[in-house]
Design a protein around this ligand. Structure first.
Ligand SMILES: Cc1cc2nc3c(=O)[nH]c(=O)nc-3n(C[C@H](O)[C@H](O)[C@H](O)COP(=O)(O)OP(=O)(O)OC[C@H]3O[C@@H](n4cnc5c(N)ncnc54)[C@H](O)[C@@H]3O)c2cc1C
Length: 316
């Protein structure tokens, strides 16, 4: 049986010719900005202009890992607040964001990495964020699939364990925030591309979109990786930002083997489990000089068939 469903964020609103604020892009940053502008500042005459559909960009294609054990004293408090916000938002938006604080395990493959981890942990602990250094045996107790033998390409010396971190369902966050925005009267315009930003006397006056011109005195370019290019193209301002591509690889559904997020900064692989039990390891490689290393030993029957990464989790 088929029936017409109404999006969580209401029916398609009419594009007005003027808004107090126009936000270009329909990703997490745009939606969160609009939501908090409305919730905390009472600014509700806001239009979100999205070229494709909300969550089309990185917001709908990431590995969904959330954590607060960052490296510097400046970003730890920010990430701590963000981590504490997930359960609050879940209630407030009345939408299950599938936040699962299953804990993050960051593997270390050398004594130098262990030393660096001690510094990171000390910073986290100083700001009241739970994070510990554990040895390889303790890591194995947490994740039995780990191979802690010494004759593998990247032997595990220990790990940084961060229990309050975990995963949140990325597209649920997009939909939940969109629902919250609409509740406050924010207009979400999908299939609408911003093509030009107008200025007069050095001040913003509006935006031209593929569906017409909008007057607005406040415009936020929140187009993720496209932002710097758009600002250059539309306003002639060259920002010192360059965009790097990172990729996520999703396996076929496999029997779940991980109860925690496991990552390895050294080999830039993060095998993690999809929030719907069925999609386990999702290795990602960041861009840059690192290429997936070759595996020396290939023993496990649980290992994904075509995995040749040398990842210490797959060879368990
Ligand atoms: C592979 C991968 C893995 C990641 N893993 C994690 C992770 O585990 N944890 C974490 O916290 N972060 C992760 N991130 C980062 C996170 O996904 C991004 O920081 C976040 O999604 C960026 O959101 P955004 O709203 O800024 O941009 P986006 O979500 O990219 O949204 C930008 C939007 O702008 C729209 N747009 C572009 N041009 C125009 C235009 N002219 N007019 C209108 N709309 C336009 C696009 O269609 C797009 O929808 C990952 C990213 C990637 C790529």
């Amino acid at each position: 049986m088929f029936w017409k469903t109404r999006p969580l964020w209401g029916n398609k609103p009419k594009l007005k010719s003027s808004y107090d604020v126009v936000i270009i892009g329909g990703g997490l940053h745009a939606l969160a900005t609009a939501y908090f502008l409305a919730r905390d500042h009472g600014i509700t005459d806001v239009a979100i202009i999205e070229k494709r559909f909300i969550g089309f960009g990185a917001a709908g294609r990431n590995t969904a890992i959330v954590r607060a054990n960052q490296r510097t004293q400046y970003n730890v408090p920010l990430y701590k607040d963000a981590l504490d916000l997930w359960p609050v938002l879940t209630k407030e938006l009345n939408f299950n964001l599938m936040f699962n604080n299953c804990g993050n395990l960051n593997l270390m493959h050398s004594e130098a990495a262990m030393k660096a981890a001690r510094m990171t942990i000390a910073t986290a602990q100083f700001h009241g964020v739970e994070s510990h250094l554990i040895d390889a045996k303790e890591a194995k107790e947490l994740v039995p699939a780990l191979n802690i033998s010494e004759d593998i390409t990247f032997p595990i010396h220990g790990a940084m364990f961060h229990p309050p971190g975990g995963i949140v369902r990325h597209d649920a966050v997009v939909w939940g925030l969109a629902k919250g925005c609409a509740k406050h009267g924010v207009h979400i315009h999908q299939q609408t591309e911003a093509t030009h930003i107008h200025t007069e006397g050095g001040k913003i006056t509006g935006v031209t979109t593929s569906r017409g011109r909008i007057h607005a005195r406040q415009v936020l370019v929140s187009a993720g990786g496209y932002s710097a290019g758009l600002i250059h193209q539309m306003l002639g301002i060259k920002l010192p930002i360059s965009v790097l591509t990172i990729q996520a690889m999703v396996t076929q559904p496999l029997k779940p083997v991980l109860d925690h997020v496991v990552s390895s900064g050294a080999i830039t692989v993060t095998p993690t489990r999809h929030s719907r039990e069925k999609l386990p390891p999702v290795p990602i490689w960041t861009s840059g000089p690192t290429t997936p290393p070759r595996t020396r030993r290939t023993t496990s029957s649980t290992r994904p068939k075509r995995c040749r990464t040398g990842c210490p989790v797959c060879v368990g």
